[in-house]
Design a protein around this ligand. Sequence first.
Ligand SMILES: *Cc1c(COP(=O)(O)O)cnc(C)c1O
Length: 235
Amino acid sequence: MLTNAGIEQSLVEVRQRIDQAAVRSNRDPGTIRLLAVSKTQPVSALEEAYRVGQRRFAENRVQEWLEKAPFLKNDCEWHLVGSLQTNKVKYLDQSIAMIHSLDRFSLLKTLNAKGEQCGIIWTTLIQVNIARDTAKAGLTPEEVPDFLYSIGDYPHVQVQGLMTIGSLNASAAETRGFFRQLRILRDTLQSKKRPGVDLRELSMGMSGDFEMAIEEGATLVRVGRQIFGARQKYN
Ligand SMILES: *Cc1c(COP(=O)(O)O)cnc(C)c1O
């Protein structure tokens, strides 16, 4: 973990790099939101990020989110990224701003049932395995249209965009290609109106490639190590 001064410094740098990437690609920096991916980091690191103005945080494990959520102020947003097990949905509540990993019908049904029970409409993104990496979760691009057509049957789930995780083995040029493909897929799908679906968001880009993701149209970048330093052993 970085020291408190280190977290402040790296947040300043990441924000600057986001703004510069936006300007380079003729985009308004205000249209890009930074998610601080705080997985494996202790609550003290999140509190330091909060102190220097960070308000959006992301976790990939429900258990860890449950443990940390009580320590963060109400004006923060929590995002869930990474695979979501169906049997963990029961722990979620309305404080989850966005679920980035809707990738199968069983999860769609379970979220809808929980939303109906608790009076919540979930905001989600479809996770797309744009790199066709067998080690990664996500729908293939071909599966996305049918999945989107069925969203209207589940009124407690709304889809606001697409999310992808770049492939670990890919070159920079390949990664840029994946980001571009996700944007093109979004643009193509957005031209059809579907109930419960408005694909305004593109969640792509992590510590190693968030600037490239912004140049290719990302609206949400998910940055962990570049803010907090190396991952910790949580628990
Ligand atoms: C961990 C994680 C990130 C952040 O990764 P860094 O390399 O630490 O920036 C982004 N997205 C998902 C889905 C993650 O699991």
